[in-house]
Each structure stands twice: as structure tokens, then as C-alpha cells.
Design a protein around this ligand. Structure first.
Ligand code: 26W
Length: 824
């Protein structure tokens, strides 16, 4: 029998207040008389975490006792955002806390606002991992996340003179949500060499020895489910020098610099998140991070399994490991190494276990994002793993040769080793060969990987190794938490909050789409959310925007394939059109606020130039007295999870306009629609399934289809296209200096010019502009717009991360939930 969450509850507001005051006065050593909002946040967080940890302990005890199969989600990124609000809602204590701290003179919203984001991720992949943790906990699956405890998360973005400037994000000053486990440490080896020796049975065995050792220390983060006593664990590893604080011999000899250096080298491993999204940099430190994290996690998983004294043959019945992209692929040779070199299993038995344990999710088809590691680098850093990878490849190629005799081309196409200068290890190929299932993250994407980048593996393994699990988002954070008014309104219509656990119930909203009181309230809530965002924009940029204007939003990492450049070119087109109009004509124009947000990878010059163009256009347009409220262009600095929670509920229309076939799924598209925003988008990623679910009359689709992209690119390469005339006009105006020194933007203009235009901006521009005109027309028909919004939300049930997790559990992990016994 399920019980409502109790372990995290406060029996009364007085009980909460007592613990709050105790923490403020003792843990924080502050007086209640000068307690500010930061103190109120800290006191609340500490009081809540005491409760969380009881649930966490109870859950872990039960998981150990029941000894069911667990899933381990290995991800280099967990983009958690803030915890307090989410934890209060999941534990059902927000109302008690609100009134409790209210009486003490604090507003709960102000306290919540003091928390820093845990920004241990770049974008979609990291946030997906965070949503999956929420769903795993809510659905009572025995599941652990494993990641790195970066000292610095994704950099903070400042805009200085219109340009992005990166500022380090030291976020650990006060983090009440983690528990250091100094007793749980693992020694991780790098470098060294491999020696052959005879073991006690006279068998030749390989030993890896003589390397440098770094210690991994565990930090645990409790992950409470919604409306359940279940509380899972996220274990993050932090690196530390193995030989204590520093080298005493060197210290005593006066060699202070070198005494510290090994410590510093060790700590560097978990120091900083690589800020690249969808681009492989191939740096040695990144490879060190990957092995450090993978080796510590596997050691931990194996140690837990060995405590049960089961035979190795049962390992795949007890353990499923999901590889979040190729970043943890070294786990495959590492487990093979543990089984063969340490546990002395024979190769084939070990390999059978390995492939039954692992599965791999691919998140991108962009060639520049596919990880490759140079063989000399691997040889140096992980000599034994390189041997194992060679052996995996050898046995694999032998099996291919047997099935497709004399097909040399196929052999070189599927080889893990790329015969380049230097040779490289193709991590995606290793991940496929070492897994029993490979999945893409939306239907189109899963089809594309089977017909393009991994097509040869479909021949080798057959189509069944490949599958699709369309991404999802947690409705707890991305509806209930970020848009409480809308969540309450929906609950009122549906007779309760069950839709937060079963999003198919949202379907019940359809019958309210014609109820004028319901519809009016729906639109009032949207307006209130826009007012809230307008206030934030005024406070942070000084620019006043009209909340009745159409809010057009594109927030995501800045990347050419996501085509923010097309959006800003569209804005320029709008501006030029407005300038040509008479005052009379302007009266019929729908006022717009174009809102952008997102970080560029520090080394991605073109992305930074796109940001510069957006801010330059804003400077001109926002200060043009002729334009006034008809057009405003806003760049929101430092887009992150907590800002997304403010921005997403305030959109009328959001842009998901990647070149067809390039965005694996997208997940913000789902967030915007479930919050009642409409979207303009290409036939790409999950947009296609969103259209299927909500109906094509409720979405603004435009642009080339994935199947024609190759042909269009071909035409560009051979000079068979001319730039779209509307785009040409836009480029000419940039060239003429309308937005400042044109040379600033020359590389960007060049990238879309004839002969190039890899992302097909010119091909799609005409239909993009036409579609925006349709958006304007639709927006003034308020009743129809509201209807589209409501019908869309009603049909978004499919995009819950709960559905995605249930699919993984059933089709990939073979995992059952663990019904918790009630606490005494
Ligand atoms: C090696 C550098 C690197 C770093 C990050 C390569 C690739 C990545 C990620 C896989 C990029 C990423 O976040 N992909 C996004 O994953 C989301 C979750 O599945 C999808 O919704 C997005 O479409 C996809 O771009």
C-alpha cells in the first residue's frame, strides 16, 4: 500500500517554525532579529533537508533489504537548477512552510529566490537527466544517478558592450542539499603500464600498474519523488590527491610549489564542467574526468553487488546501466577489465555480462559532436583499456567477417578504430557494440540514426538493437512549480492534482475549451505570467515591454543549427517593414517582444557573433521612437534553469526552428506547450510528435523537411541557389551599417551567403516570414488562440518524463518499481 509522503512532512507550522529558528540560531549562528532573506532560505532548506534525509535513509535501507534490480543513470551532466521549491512541493510541505515563515515575517518567494542554481550541465542532455531523476523517484524505481561534483558549474554569462563574457560559477559556498561521504572513497589510477605475469594457476594474466592515483570522494544528493515516501540518490564524485594533503617530503625540503602541485592536479579533475554543447574538444582533462567518474561509479556498483554474495551470472539481473550519450562509454572496457583482470572471468562470459548490463542513449547526429579519442592519448592515460578496446574490436570484427565474408568496406566502416592520423577510437561505435539497446530521443531522430550515422550497425546487429524513447519533461517542475496559477486552474477543472502523476488526465481539459469563464481565467493567468516576466525584464535591462504585446521567445544554447540567426534576421525584416509603413499602416500591426536567451560555448565564435547581432539590433530597435511598443528586442542574460521557470510560462509563441534533421528532440518545446504557449517550428525532433498529439491546426510549422536537406545543401555547394530576396534585403541592411560596424558581422553574413549556408537559412527564410505573418493574424483572434492553447495542453500528456521512464524500464532495463513499506 502506498502512503502519502510522511517522512518529509512537518506536522504543523509550529513544528516547522521551531526547526527553522533552531537552524538559524545554531547551525547558521545568526540572530532571528537580523535574519534576512538569505537566512530565511538557509533556515528553511536546513529544516527541510533534515526531513528529506530520513526518507532517503529509509528508502536506501529498503532498497538494500529488498535487493531488487537497480538502474544506474550515468551522466556527466545533471542540470538540477534550484532544489528548495521543488523539494517542498514533492514533499507536500509548501503551504505549511509558507504560513510558517510568513508569520516570522518572510515571503516564501523571496526565500526561494535566494538559492543558486546547481548548474552542472550545458543544456538539453543535462536537464533531461534531472527530469529523469524526478520521474524515477516519483515512480518508486530503485535508481541512482552518478555524476561529477564540479566545483564550477556552467559559467555565468554577462553581456558587456553587447558581447558575452564568461564568469566562473563557484556555486558551493552554501549547499545544504549534498552530504559528503568521506568514508566512501575510491582510488582511481591513471597512466602506468601493463605487464604480463603468470597467476597462481600458471595462467598468463595482464596487470596494470605503476600509475598515478587520485581519490574519488562521494557526495550524495537526495532526490525526493512527488507524493511518495521514496527518496533516491544522486552520487557525485569529487577528486582529491590520494596521498593526503600534500607531499610532506617536498614541503619539508622547502619545495612548496611542487608539494602542492600533485594535490592541485588531482583536484583539477572535478574542478570544472566543460562548457561545450554538441562539440567535441578532445582534451586530455575531459578524458580524465570521464574515466575518473566511470571507474569510481563502477567500483561502487560492483562493491554493492558483491555484498549480496550472488554469482556474477546474476549481475545483469541486478544491475542496469544507462549511458547518457557516449561520455561514459569507458564504463564498457572498465567493466570488462574488472571481470577479466580482477574477477578472473573468461572473456566471453565477461563480455556477455557487459552487453546485458549496458544500454546507450544517443542525443545528437551532428558529426562534430561525436566523440573520438586519439589512440596515443588513450595509450598514455589508460594503457590497459586500450588493449581491451582493441580486443573488443578484434572479436567484433571477426564476427562481422563471419556474417559478411569479404566485405572489407563494411569492416572498416564499423571498426571502433578510425584509420586517421593519429588513429582514433570512435566512442559511439564502442557504445553500440557494448550495449544491448541503443536509443534515440525522438521518432525522427531514432529513424535518422538507423539510416545515417549507425546504418552499418543495423546491418550487423539487425534493427532490434535500435529503439526509440521520445524524451519527456517532469510536469512537477515544468508546470506545477513554475506555473502554480495554471496548475491550480487545471486542478480546479479536473477535480484535483492527479494529472501531475498521470498526465493523460490533462485530456479532460478539452471539454473546458468552450467554457468562457474557464477560458478567461486561462488567458488572465497567461497575462499575469507575462507581467511577471515584463517586471523582470524592466528590473534587469531597464527596458519596459508591453505585456499585451505578443511575446515571441527563443531560449536555448546558441548554435548555428538551432538558427537564432534566422530569428534575428526575421526581427530585422520586421523592423525594416515597420520603417517602410505609414503611421496609419502601423496602427494595424500586432506589437511584438522578441526575447532571446542562451549561452554560447566560449570558443564558438560564430555563436558569440549571433549574440552580438541580437544585442546590436536591440540597441537600434528599442531606441527608435518611430517604433515604440511595436517591436522590442530583448536578450536575457545568463539563461539557466531558474530563469527558464520564469520565462516559459510567459510565452505566447516560442521558436524551435532548427534545420530539419539536426535537433535530436528538443525538450523546451514540450515545456512551452504544456504551459499554454503555442510554437513555431520546423519538422524536426519532437516537434513532429507534438504536432501528432496536439493537431497540426495548433502549431505553426514551416520549412524544408529532413529528407530534402541533403539535396538543398548539394545545390548550395554547386552554386545553384540564389539568396532569398527578403534575406538579401536584411543582409544588405546589416552590411550598410544599420546595426553598427558591419565588419563585426561579416563572418555571420558570409555563413549564410551563396555557396555556403550549411543550415539552410536562406531556403527556409521565406516560409519562416510567411508563417510569422500567420502568427500575427492568429494572435488577434483571441478566442481561437485560447482554444488552441487549451487543446494543446490537454494533449501533451505523452511528453511526461514519467512515460519516458516507464518505457525505459519496460523495454530496456527490465526494471520493476519497489513498493516502499510505510514508516513506523
Ligand atoms: C562531446 C561534446 C558534447 C557535449 C554535449 C557532445 C554532445 C553533447 C550533448 C549530447 C548535446 C545535447 O545536449 N544534446 C541534446 O540532448 C537533448 C536531450 O535528449 C535533446 O533534446 C536535444 O535535441 C539535443 O541537442
Amino acid at each position: 500500500m502506498w502512503r502519502k509522503f510522511e517522512a518529509g512532512e512537518f506536522k504543523s507550522k509550529e513544528e516547522f517554525q521551531k526547526e527553522f529558528v533552531r537552524h538559524v540560531e545554531t547551525t547558521l549562528a545568526r540572530s532571528m532579529y537580523n535574519c534576512d532573506d538569505v537566512g530565511a532560505y538557509s533556515g528553511t532548506a536546513l529544516a527541510l533537508r533534515d526531513r528529506l534525509i530520513v526518507a532517503w535513509n529509509h528508502t536506501q535501507q529498503q532498497q538494500t533489504f529488498r535487493d531488487q534490480k537497480r538502474v544506474y543513470y550515468l551522466s556527466l551532466e545533471f542540470l538540477m537548477g534550484r532544489t528548495l521549491d521543488n523539494a517542498m512541493l514533492n514533499c507536500g510541505v509548501k503551504d505549511v512552510v509558507r504560513s510558517g515563515i510568513g508569520e516570522l515575517g518572510f515571503r516564501i518567494e523571496d526565500a526561494i529566490d535566494q538559492e543558486r542554481d546547481a548548474a552542472l550541465g550545458n543544456g538539453g542532455l543535462g536537464r533531461l537527466a534531472a527530469c529523469f531523476l524526478d520521474s524515477l523517484a516519483t515512480l518508486n524505481f530503485p535508481a541512482w544517478g552518478y555524476g561529477l561534483r564540479y566545483k564550477y558549474g556552467i559559467f555565468k554569462q554577462e553581456i558587456v558592450d553587447g558581447y558575452q563574457v564568461e564568469v566562473p560559477d563557484y556555486w558551493l559556498d552554501f549547499n545544504p542539499w549534498e552530504f559528503p561521504r568521506h568514508d566512501i572513497s575510491v582510488d582511481i589510477m591513471f597512466y602506468g603500464g601493463v605487464r604480463e605475469k603468470l597467476d597462481e594457476n600458471g595462467k598468463r594474466v595482464k596487470v596494470w600498474e605503476g600509475g598515478e592515483i587520485v581519490q574519488a570522494i562521494a557526495f550524495d544528493v537526495p532526490i525526493p519523488g512527488y507524493d511518495t515516501a521514496n527518496c533516491n540518490n544522486l552520487r557525485l564524485w569529487s577528486s582529491k590527491a590520494a596521498n593526503g594533503e600534500f607531499d610532506f617530503q617536498k614541503f619539508n625540503a622547502g619545495d612548496y610549489d611542487n608539494a602542492m602541485s600533485s594535490q592541485q592536479r588531482a583536484e583539477t579533475i572535478s574542478a570544472v564542467l566543460y562548457p561545450n554543447d554538441n562539440i567535441d574538444s578532445g582534451k586530455e582533462l575531459r578524458l580524465k574526468q570521464q574515466y575518473f567518474w566511470v571507474a569510481a561509479s563502477l567500483y561502487d556498483i560492483v562493491r554493492r553487488f558483491k555484498k549480496t554474495h550472488r554469482p556474477w551470472s546474476e549481475f545483469p539481473d541486478q544491475v542496469a546501466i544507462q549511458l547518457n550519450d557516449t561520455h561514459p562509454t569507458l564504463a564498457i572496457p572498465e567493466l570488462q577489465r574488472i571481470l577479466v583482470d580482477i574477477e578472473k572471468l573468461d572473456w566471453d562470459t565477461a563480455w556477455d555480462i557487459v552487453t546485458r548490463v549496458f544500454s546507450y542513449t544517443n542525443h545528437t547526429v551532428l558529426p562534430e559532436a561525436l566523440e573520438k579519442w586519439s589512440v596515443p592519448l588513450l595509450q598514455h592515460l589508460l594503457p590497459r583499456h586500450l588493449q581491451i578496446i582493441y580486443d573488443i574490436n578484434l572479436f567484433f570484427l571477426q564476427s562481422v567477417e563471419k556474417k559478411f565474408p569479404k566485405d572489407r568496406e563494411l569492416l572498416s566502416a564499423v571498426s571502433i578504430i578510425e584509420e586517421s592520423q593519429p588513429q582514433c577510437i570512435r566512442m559511439a561505435y564502442l557504445a553500440i557494440i557494448g550495449s544491448h539497446k541503443v536509443n534515440g530521443v525522438a521518432e525522427l531522430h531514432s529513424d535518422l540514426i538507423k539510416t545515417t550515422i549507425f546504418k552499418d550497425f543495423v546491418r550487423v546487429f539487425g534493427p532490434d538493437r535500435f529503439t526509440n524513447v521520445t524524451n519527456g519533461i517532469t510536469p512537477r517542475r515544468w508546470l506545477h512549480q513554475c506555473n502554480p496559477k495554471l496548475s491550480d486552474h487545471i486542478a480546479h477543472a479536473l477535480g484535483g492534482y492527479d494529472f501531475l502523476k498521470d498526465t493523460s488526465l490533462l485530456k479532460g481539459l478539452e471539454k473546458w475549451a468552450d467554457d468562457s469563464a474557464f477560458v478567461d481565467e486561462w488567458m488572465d493567468i497567461k497575462l499575469a505570467n507575462k507581467v511577471r516576466l515584463a517586471r523582470f525584464i524592466k528590473d534587469t535591462t531597464g527596458i519596459a515591454v508591453n505585456p499585451h504585446a505578443l511575446f515571441d521567445i527563443q531560449v536555448k544554447r546558441i548554435h548555428e543549427y538551432k538558427r537564432q540567426q534566422m530569428n534575428i534576421f526575421g526581427v530585422i525584416h520586421r523592423y525594416l517593414s515597420l520603417k517602410k509603413m505609414s503611421p496609419e499602416e502601423r496602427k494595424s500591426v500586432v506589437p511584438r517582444v522578441s526575447i532571446f536567451g542562451g549561452k554560447a560555448a566560449p570558443g564558438y565564435w560564430m555563436a558569440k557573433t549571433i549574440i552580438r547581432l541580437i544585442t546590436a539590433v536591440g540597441d537600434v530597435v528599442n531606441n527608435d521612437p518611430e517604433i515604440g511598443d511595436l517591436l522590442k528586442v530583448i536578450f536575457i542574460e545568463d539563461y539557466n534553469v531558474s530563469k527558464a521557470e520564469l520565462i516559459v510560462p510567459a510565452s505566447d509563441i516560442s521558436e524551435h526552428i532548427s534545420t530539419a534533421g539536426t535537433e535530436a528532440s528538443g525538450t523546451s518545446n514540450m515545456k512551452f506547450v504544456i504551459n499554454g504557449g503555442l510554437i513555431i517550428g520546423t519538422c524536426d525532433g519532437a516537434n513532429i510528435e507534438i504536432t501528432r498529439e496536439i493537431g497540426e491546426e495548433n502549431i505553426f510549422l514551416f520549412g524544408a523537411l529532413a529528407e530534402s536537406v541533403e539535396e538543398l545543401r548539394f545545390a548550395h555547394r554547386y552554386g545553384k541557389t540564389e539568396m532569398d530576396p527578403l534575406l538579401k534585403e536584411v543582409c544588405d541592411s546589416i552590411e550598410a551599417g544599420t546595426f553598427g560596424d558591419a565588419s563585426t558581422f561579416s563572418s555571420l553574413l558570409h555563413s549564410v551567403a551563396e555557396g555556403g549556408d550549411y543550415y539552410l537559412v536562406s531556403d527556409d527564410f521565406g516560409s519562416y516570414i510567411k508563417t510569422h505573418a500567420l502568427v500575427d493574424e492568429a494572435f488577434v483572434k483571441k478566442d481561437e488562440w485560447a482554444r488552441s492553447s487549451i487543446i494543446s495542453v490537454a494533449n501533451m500528456g505523452f511528453f511526461s518524463a514519467d512515460r519516458a521512464i516507464l518505457e525505459y524500464a519496460e523495454t530496456i532495463w527490465n526494471l520493476e518499481p519497489l513498493p516502499l513499506e510505510a514508516l513506523d
